[in-house]
Design a protein around this ligand. Structure first.
Ligand code: NDP
Ligand code: 8X3
Length: 247
């Protein structure tokens, strides 16, 4: 029987890259996102394998549980869940930022991830695998990283605690913590400001979706008794900035 991978946020960036990578590995795919057209075109592109698309907003708890309950039988045995859907909104100081942006990040990156995890857990096979996409922002503070970083710190700690709860099931949990990567991430963060988004990547070498997809594939191929708890990955060009001082 073919294995199934469930990828949230598969309409762009890491999620789309992971879908392409696992299609080549002959997995059945469950792809989730809000943009129906992108889901449809990805399904068409990857027609050599079975693809089930779920068009919804992961902030909608009822919709998430219903979509998982209504999965066609051949997709009900999930080998790998990738909790990837997420976003940053703005990079302003807490005192200047919009409370609505904070709420969207919390609702998506924390609550949405909890809904997809809780809904799919009963369908994850013994010896299955859960990848959560955290961020270096969950490990290291930076100016304007405030709520986004805090949501990713939640994802990291939740991943570790989930491991505790899943002991005995054989299900592995890895928190992947990428640094700078060129996807639609900055375009979303800066609300469609293409110039500002591009400036994040100007003159440097960044990670791409395929790098993260490869890392996930390699982790999934490790022997079943090996669990990588967290994996922080940066572009070789990226390092830490050091401490800032008021003078
Ligand atoms: P993209 O913006 O390219 O992709 C984000 C994906 O998440 C899209 O498919 C989007 O789909 C989906 N998504 C966002 N909100 C929702 C929602 N409410 N409901 C359902 N789907 C949603 O960015 P990345 O690929 O870079 O981001 C993927 C993950 O990686 C995120 O969790 C991000 O925080 C994290 N990350 C990114 C880094 C980077 O530098 N790029 C570095 C570290 C971590 P749609 O719009 O169709 O709903
Ligand atoms: C995205 C990486 O450093 O831009 O999670 O927050 S960063």
């Amino acid at each position: 029987m073919k294995k199934t991978i469930f990828i949230t946020g598969a309409t762009s960036g890491f999620g789309e890259g992971i879908a392409r990578m696992f299609a080549k590995e002959d997995y059945n795919l469950i792809i989730l996102g809000r943009r129906e057209e992108k889901l449809k075109s990805l399904k068409k592109e990857l027609s050599s394998t079975k693809v089930h698309e779920i068009c919804l907003d992961i902030r909608d708890k009822e919709a998430v549980f219903k979509a998982v309950q209504n999965l066609p039988d051949e997709f009900k045995n999930i080998e790998i869940l990738v909790n990837n859907a997420g976003l940053a909104l703005g990079q302003d100081k807490v005192q200047d930022a919009k409370i609505e942006d904070f709420e969207t990040m919390v609702d998506t990156n924390i609550k949405g991830l909890l809904y997809t995890t809780k809904a799919t857990l009963p369908l994850i096979s013994k010896n299955g695998y859960i990848f959560n996409i955290g961020s270096i922002a969950g490990n290291w503070p930076y100016p304007g990283g405030n709520v986004y970083g805090a949501t990713k710190a939640f994802v990291r700690q939740f991943s570790f605690n989930l491991r505790n709860d899943l002991v005995g099931t054989g299900i592995r949990v890895t928190n992947i913590e990428p640094g700078i990567a060129k996807t639609e991430f900055s375009l979303v963060r800066f609300k469609g400001d293409e110039e500002k988004a591009e400036s994040v990547y100007d003159g440097t070498k960044y990670l791409v979706a395929d790098d993260i997809a490869k890392i996930i594939l390699e982790c999934s191929k490790l022997p079943q008794h090996v669990n990588i708890n967290s994996l922080e990955v940066m572009a070789t060009t990226q390092t830490w900035a050091g401490f800032a001082f008021e003078r």
